[in-house]
Every structure is written in C-alpha cells, then in structure tokens.
Design a protein around this ligand. Structure first.
Ligand SMILES: [Zn+2]
Ligand SMILES: [Zn+2]
Length: 65
C-alpha cells in the first residue's frame, strides 16, 4: 500500500499535490484543491494575507476540516 509523504501513514487513497508533487493522504491536505497541507498554507499566505487578518485565515483553515 502506498504511503503518505507527509505523515508516513499507509493509505489506499493518496492525492498528488499539484504544487509540489508529493503524494498525501486525506488527512494531510485538501483533496478538493489537490494541495498538500504545506502548499495549502503557502497559497493562503500568497493570496489572502494582504486582505485578511490572522483570525480570518484561521477560520478558512477550519472550514476545510
Ligand atoms: Zn498523511
Ligand atoms: Zn505540496
């Protein structure tokens, strides 16, 4: 069974990150966005940090769980 490159857990459902190419399990990134948790954080920093304060960014992350 393939292993998640983020947490090392075996999973039969791995998603390939479209930003860095890492294969990750459902717990380690956004299945819909196809980004691992590291790249998802970078995306928020690049695009949203200008307009949103830290409290709102935390809210966005919670929505994805
Ligand atoms: Zn994982
Ligand atoms: Zn990634």
């Amino acid at each position: 069974m393939p292993e998640c490159e983020i947490c090392g857990e075996e999973s039969d459902k791995l998603i390939k990150c479209k930003s860095c190419g890492a294969k990750f399990c459902e717990d380690c990134g956004s299945v819909i966005e196809k980004r691992c948790e590291f790249c998802a954080e970078e995306e928020i920093d690049d695009d949203l940090v200008e307009d949103l304060d830290e409290d709102l960014i935390e809210g966005v992350e919670k929505d994805e769980e």
